[in-house]
Design a protein around this ligand. Structure first.
Ligand code: NAP
Length: 326
């Protein structure tokens, strides 16, 4: 008998068709309501779950007694109770590497757009206000030759740092759980305590995963250590930055600008001031959102799921379940 899979985020048609050949697939597309009765019923029978972007709780797992594998179409696993999954013998898989370069491109897009005020000035042109050559009040700041401070120097952090050092002649500082000697050698990057980095960097770029340790890692104190000419980029998760403190710092001119792909609450609530602030570039969580990369992520997630449900080692497991189910 075919194993049963529940899909809770849209997958490309070719990959869905592939899954349907080997499994019974309950496809919920972009599932908005985790309490949807049909979803709950399917979960009760499911061996595999594939999707992203919805918080998976222990209570939800109670409703899925046969679950063997969750295959996330994301690299970040903050939406999953990892220890609980491990304890229950459920394999969690994710999609590292295939999205690294695209997400780094988005990080650099935010660096360029904020420094050169690209969105604000494009709006100025669109409103028909460009009627004379511009003066100082519309100037931006250079990116090349500046100091890039990476908060997190993992796969995506390193890819952004590489763009900065090799493409833009930037000096790279980083704060990270472990030292990265190979990147120090390759890019001339220098490791700093977070507080030191914040005081030295022209661009502070956040790429750490969201966890109990990194939640609100950048708060009022940290923003206060940044230069008033510095720009904050967040390409990781919204909750790594204290959003209220950030809005206050931007409003008061204590930092120059922010480039944000991620927010405390997504989609951004209608009453958020962030999209209306001239010194903010706000993107709708598009770090990995290209045709090529989203397909590659879905491909990886499908392959992980298939291997894991066959009792083989998936390509990118996140946990090592204590009691793997065959
Ligand atoms: P990664 O390779 O695991 O890199 C994370 C880095 O953060 C690692 O170098 C790790 O240190 C460091 N780190 C972890 N906890 C830390 C702490 N408490 N203090 C200091 N450093 C810490 O992950 P990645 O592939 O670069 O992805 C990073 C995150 O980006 C993901 O978790 C996800 O949330 C986010 N992301 C966002 C988008 C988007 O669309 N905006 C797309 C993809 C990913 P060690 O090297 O010592 O372990």
């Amino acid at each position: 008998m075919h194993k049963r899979i529940v899909v809770y985020r849209p997958l490309p048609e070719d990959l869905l068709a592939e899954l349907r050949r080997d499994f019974h697939v309950d496809d919920f597309g972009q599932l908005e309501d985790l309490d949807d009765p049909a979803f709950r019923a399917a979960l009760g029978e499911a061996h595999g779950l594939i999707g992203a972007g919805r918080p998976i709780t222990a209570e939800l797992l109670d409703a899925a007694p046969r679950l063997e594998t969750i295959s996330s179409v994301s690299v970040g696993v903050d939406a999953y109770p990892v220890e609980e999954l491990t304890r229950r013998g459920i394999q969690l898989c994710h999609t590292p590497d295939v999205l690294t370069e695209t997400t780094a491109d988005t990080g650099f897009l935010l660096i360029m757009a904020t420094a050169r005020r690209a969105v604000e000035l494009a709006d100025f042109v669109r409103r028909g206000e460009w009627q004379a050559s511009l003066g100082e009040s519309h100037f931006g700041s250079d990116v090349h030759g500046k100091t890039l401070g990476m908060v997190g120097m993992g796969r995506i952090g390193a890819a952004i740092a590489r763009r900065g050092a090799l493409g833009f002649g930037m000096k790279v500082l980083y704060s990270n759980a472990s030292p990265k000697p190979a990147l120090e050698e390759e890019l001339g990057a220098r490791r700093r305590e977070l507080d030191e980095l914040l005081g030295e960097a022209d661009f502070v770029c956040v790429t750490v995963p969201l966890s109990a340790e990194t939640e609100r890692l950048i708060g009022q104190h940290e923003l206060g250590l940044m230069r008033d000419s510095a720009i904050l980029i967040n390409i990781a998760r919204g909750r790594v930055v204290d959003e209220a403190a950030l809005i206050e710092a931007l409003d008061a001119g204590r930092i120059r600008a922010a480039g944000l792909d991620v927010f405390e609450h997504e989609p951004l609530p209608a009453d958020s001031p962030l999209p209306h602030m001239a010194n903010v570039v706000a993107l709708p969580h598009i770090g990995s959102a290209t045709h090529e990369t989203r397909h590659a992520m879905a491909r990886r997630a499908v392959d992980n799921l298939r291997l894991s449900l066959a009792g083989e080692r998936p390509l990118s497991p996140f946990n090592a379940p204590v009691r793997p189910r065959a």
